[in-house]
Design a protein around this ligand. Sequence first.
Ligand code: SF4
Length: 230
Amino acid sequence: MSVDFVGIDKFSLLDYEDKVAVVLFSKACNFRCPFCHNGQTVLEADTFIPFDDILAYLRQRKGLIDAVVVSGGEPTLMPDLVEKIKQIKDLGYLVKLDTNGTNPELVKYLFENKLIDYVAMDIKNSEKKYPLTAGAKNVYMDKIKETINFLINSPYEYEFRTTIIDEFHDEEDIKEMAQLIKGAKRMYLQKYVDRESCIAHGFHEVSKEKAEHFKDILSETIHSVNLRGY
Ligand code: SF4
Protein backbone atom coordinates (compact mmCIF):
# COMPACT_ATOMS: atom_id res chain seq x y z
CA MET A 1 0.00 0.00 0.00
CA SER A 2 1.33 3.42 -0.88
CA VAL A 3 0.96 6.18 1.71
CA ASP A 4 2.34 9.59 0.90
CA PHE A 5 3.96 12.11 3.20
CA VAL A 6 1.75 14.86 4.62
CA GLY A 7 4.32 17.63 5.01
CA ILE A 8 7.63 18.90 3.69
CA ASP A 9 10.17 21.45 4.93
CA LYS A 10 12.10 22.24 1.77
CA PHE A 11 15.16 23.75 3.43
CA SER A 12 16.40 22.98 6.93
CA LEU A 13 19.76 23.62 8.56
CA LEU A 14 18.62 22.25 11.93
CA ASP A 15 17.52 18.68 11.32
CA TYR A 16 20.75 16.99 10.14
CA GLU A 17 23.96 18.27 11.69
CA ASP A 18 26.18 20.17 9.24
CA LYS A 19 23.89 19.31 6.34
CA VAL A 20 21.34 21.15 4.28
CA ALA A 21 18.26 18.96 4.44
CA VAL A 22 14.74 18.48 3.19
CA VAL A 23 12.44 17.15 5.92
CA LEU A 24 9.50 14.89 5.07
CA PHE A 25 6.69 14.32 7.57
CA SER A 26 4.70 11.10 7.66
CA LYS A 27 1.19 10.91 9.08
CA ALA A 28 0.25 8.80 12.07
CA CYS A 29 2.02 7.89 15.26
CA ASN A 30 1.56 5.16 17.86
CA PHE A 31 2.30 7.74 20.61
CA ARG A 32 0.62 10.98 21.64
CA CYS A 33 3.39 12.86 23.45
CA PRO A 34 1.67 15.95 24.86
CA PHE A 35 4.65 18.13 23.90
CA CYS A 36 4.73 16.88 20.27
CA HIS A 37 5.29 19.83 17.92
CA ASN A 38 3.71 17.96 15.04
CA GLY A 39 0.30 17.58 16.61
CA GLN A 40 -1.45 18.60 13.42
CA THR A 41 0.71 16.21 11.38
CA VAL A 42 0.05 13.34 13.74
CA LEU A 43 -3.61 13.86 14.42
CA GLU A 44 -5.22 15.96 11.75
CA ALA A 45 -3.49 15.89 8.37
CA ASP A 46 -5.76 14.94 5.50
CA THR A 47 -3.85 16.17 2.45
CA PHE A 48 -0.98 14.16 1.07
CA ILE A 49 1.91 15.30 -1.12
CA PRO A 50 2.27 13.07 -4.18
CA PHE A 51 5.60 11.27 -3.78
CA ASP A 52 6.43 11.90 -7.44
CA ASP A 53 6.35 15.65 -6.69
CA ILE A 54 8.84 15.13 -3.84
CA LEU A 55 11.15 13.13 -6.10
CA ALA A 56 10.90 15.83 -8.78
CA TYR A 57 11.87 18.47 -6.21
CA LEU A 58 14.81 16.37 -5.00
CA ARG A 59 16.04 15.86 -8.59
CA GLN A 60 15.81 19.59 -9.19
CA ARG A 61 17.74 20.51 -6.00
CA LYS A 62 20.55 17.97 -6.43
CA GLY A 63 23.85 19.60 -5.49
CA LEU A 64 22.11 22.24 -3.33
CA ILE A 65 20.72 19.85 -0.73
CA ASP A 66 22.73 17.13 1.01
CA ALA A 67 20.20 15.05 2.85
CA VAL A 68 16.60 14.00 3.37
CA VAL A 69 15.23 13.63 6.89
CA VAL A 70 12.34 11.19 7.15
CA SER A 71 10.31 12.34 10.13
CA GLY A 72 6.75 12.34 11.37
CA GLY A 73 4.61 11.21 13.03
CA GLU A 74 6.35 7.86 13.28
CA PRO A 75 7.71 7.11 9.81
CA THR A 76 8.31 3.41 10.50
CA LEU A 77 4.50 2.99 10.45
CA MET A 78 4.43 3.83 6.72
CA PRO A 79 3.83 0.52 4.91
CA ASP A 80 5.99 1.46 1.91
CA LEU A 81 8.73 3.37 3.72
CA VAL A 82 11.51 1.09 2.44
CA GLU A 83 10.46 1.55 -1.18
CA LYS A 84 10.26 5.32 -0.77
CA ILE A 85 13.67 5.57 0.90
CA LYS A 86 15.18 3.40 -1.87
CA GLN A 87 13.97 5.93 -4.43
CA ILE A 88 15.45 8.82 -2.41
CA LYS A 89 18.75 6.95 -2.02
CA ASP A 90 18.87 6.27 -5.76
CA LEU A 91 19.08 10.05 -6.20
CA GLY A 92 22.27 10.06 -4.11
CA TYR A 93 21.00 11.72 -0.92
CA LEU A 94 22.03 11.02 2.63
CA VAL A 95 18.99 9.86 4.62
CA LYS A 96 18.29 10.40 8.31
CA LEU A 97 15.44 8.66 10.11
CA ASP A 98 13.65 10.22 13.11
CA THR A 99 11.97 7.52 15.17
CA ASN A 100 10.49 6.73 18.56
CA GLY A 101 12.25 3.34 18.42
CA THR A 102 9.20 1.08 18.41
CA ASN A 103 10.24 -0.76 15.23
CA PRO A 104 13.75 -2.20 15.79
CA GLU A 105 13.43 -4.64 12.89
CA LEU A 106 12.95 -1.85 10.38
CA VAL A 107 15.74 0.31 11.82
CA LYS A 108 18.10 -2.69 11.51
CA TYR A 109 16.94 -3.48 7.98
CA LEU A 110 17.41 0.10 6.81
CA PHE A 111 20.93 0.41 8.25
CA GLU A 112 22.05 -3.05 7.14
CA ASN A 113 20.89 -2.37 3.59
CA LYS A 114 22.58 1.04 3.51
CA LEU A 115 19.27 2.82 3.09
CA ILE A 116 19.83 5.25 5.98
CA ASP A 117 22.93 7.05 7.23
CA TYR A 118 21.80 8.38 10.60
CA VAL A 119 19.06 7.74 13.15
CA ALA A 120 17.74 10.13 15.78
CA MET A 121 15.80 8.15 18.37
CA ASP A 122 13.68 9.69 21.10
CA ILE A 123 14.17 8.54 24.66
CA LYS A 124 11.01 9.85 26.27
CA ASN A 125 11.77 9.29 29.94
CA SER A 126 12.57 6.68 32.59
CA GLU A 127 10.74 3.39 32.01
CA LYS A 128 8.11 4.05 34.69
CA LYS A 129 7.22 7.43 33.20
CA TYR A 130 7.30 6.36 29.55
CA PRO A 131 3.50 5.93 29.23
CA LEU A 132 2.84 9.34 30.81
CA THR A 133 5.42 11.08 28.64
CA ALA A 134 4.45 9.31 25.41
CA GLY A 135 0.72 9.74 26.06
CA ALA A 136 0.11 6.04 25.43
CA LYS A 137 -0.77 3.04 27.62
CA ASN A 138 1.35 0.62 25.60
CA VAL A 139 4.77 2.06 24.78
CA TYR A 140 6.31 -1.19 23.44
CA MET A 141 9.16 -0.94 25.95
CA ASP A 142 10.70 -4.24 24.79
CA LYS A 143 10.91 -2.91 21.24
CA ILE A 144 12.34 0.38 22.42
CA LYS A 145 15.04 -1.42 24.42
CA GLU A 146 15.82 -3.60 21.41
CA THR A 147 16.37 -0.52 19.24
CA ILE A 148 18.52 1.08 21.95
CA ASN A 149 20.71 -2.02 22.25
CA PHE A 150 21.00 -2.41 18.52
CA LEU A 151 22.15 1.20 18.07
CA ILE A 152 24.60 1.17 20.99
CA ASN A 153 26.25 -2.02 19.77
CA SER A 154 26.26 -1.09 16.09
CA PRO A 155 28.88 0.69 14.00
CA TYR A 156 26.20 3.09 12.70
CA GLU A 157 25.71 6.80 13.33
CA TYR A 158 22.92 7.71 15.71
CA GLU A 159 21.84 10.02 18.49
CA PHE A 160 19.41 9.67 21.35
CA ARG A 161 17.42 12.76 22.24
CA THR A 162 15.04 13.78 24.99
CA THR A 163 12.82 16.83 25.19
CA ILE A 164 13.04 17.70 28.87
CA ILE A 165 9.97 19.08 30.60
CA ASP A 166 9.79 20.30 34.18
CA GLU A 167 6.55 18.43 34.90
CA PHE A 168 7.88 15.11 33.52
CA HIS A 169 11.61 14.79 34.24
CA ASP A 170 13.30 14.79 37.64
CA GLU A 171 16.74 13.72 38.80
CA GLU A 172 15.64 10.11 39.43
CA ASP A 173 14.29 9.81 35.89
CA ILE A 174 17.53 11.13 34.43
CA LYS A 175 19.55 8.65 36.52
CA GLU A 176 17.39 5.81 35.19
CA MET A 177 17.76 7.08 31.64
CA ALA A 178 21.53 7.14 32.12
CA GLN A 179 21.34 3.40 32.80
CA LEU A 180 18.81 2.72 30.02
CA ILE A 181 21.20 4.07 27.36
CA LYS A 182 24.48 3.37 29.15
CA GLY A 183 27.42 3.28 26.72
CA ALA A 184 25.65 5.39 24.08
CA LYS A 185 27.72 7.47 21.70
CA ARG A 186 25.69 10.66 21.65
CA MET A 187 22.74 12.24 23.39
CA TYR A 188 20.96 15.58 23.26
CA LEU A 189 18.75 17.15 25.91
CA GLN A 190 16.32 19.38 24.04
CA LYS A 191 14.64 22.47 25.44
CA TYR A 192 10.86 22.28 25.51
CA VAL A 193 9.00 25.05 23.72
CA ASP A 194 5.21 25.29 23.96
CA ARG A 195 3.98 25.90 20.41
CA GLU A 196 0.49 26.30 19.03
CA SER A 197 0.95 23.02 17.13
CA CYS A 198 1.63 20.99 20.33
CA ILE A 199 -0.85 18.25 21.25
CA ALA A 200 -1.31 19.72 24.76
CA HIS A 201 -0.23 22.90 26.52
CA GLY A 202 0.69 24.29 29.91
CA PHE A 203 4.01 22.55 30.53
CA HIS A 204 7.24 24.31 31.43
CA GLU A 205 10.80 24.19 30.19
CA VAL A 206 13.58 22.87 32.42
CA SER A 207 15.87 25.71 33.57
CA LYS A 208 19.35 25.91 32.06
CA GLU A 209 20.91 25.22 35.46
CA LYS A 210 18.85 22.06 35.95
CA ALA A 211 19.48 20.97 32.36
CA GLU A 212 23.24 21.29 32.98
CA HIS A 213 22.81 19.13 36.08
CA PHE A 214 20.94 16.49 34.04
CA LYS A 215 23.73 16.65 31.47
CA ASP A 216 26.33 15.94 34.18
CA ILE A 217 24.37 12.90 35.37
CA LEU A 218 24.06 11.50 31.84
CA SER A 219 27.71 12.19 31.07
CA GLU A 220 28.66 9.53 33.62
CA THR A 221 27.41 6.77 31.29
CA ILE A 222 27.23 8.41 27.83
CA HIS A 223 30.21 9.56 25.76
CA SER A 224 28.86 12.88 24.49
CA VAL A 225 25.91 14.73 26.01
CA ASN A 226 24.84 18.18 24.82
CA LEU A 227 22.01 20.62 25.36
CA ARG A 228 20.00 21.69 22.32
CA GLY A 229 18.04 24.92 22.20
CA TYR A 230 19.52 26.34 25.44
S1 SF4 B 1 6.82 13.46 19.55
FE1 SF4 B 1 5.61 11.65 20.18
S2 SF4 B 1 3.56 11.94 19.26
FE2 SF4 B 1 5.00 13.33 18.21
S3 SF4 B 1 5.69 12.19 16.43
FE3 SF4 B 1 7.21 11.84 18.05
S4 SF4 B 1 6.54 9.96 19.08
FE4 SF4 B 1 4.81 10.70 17.85
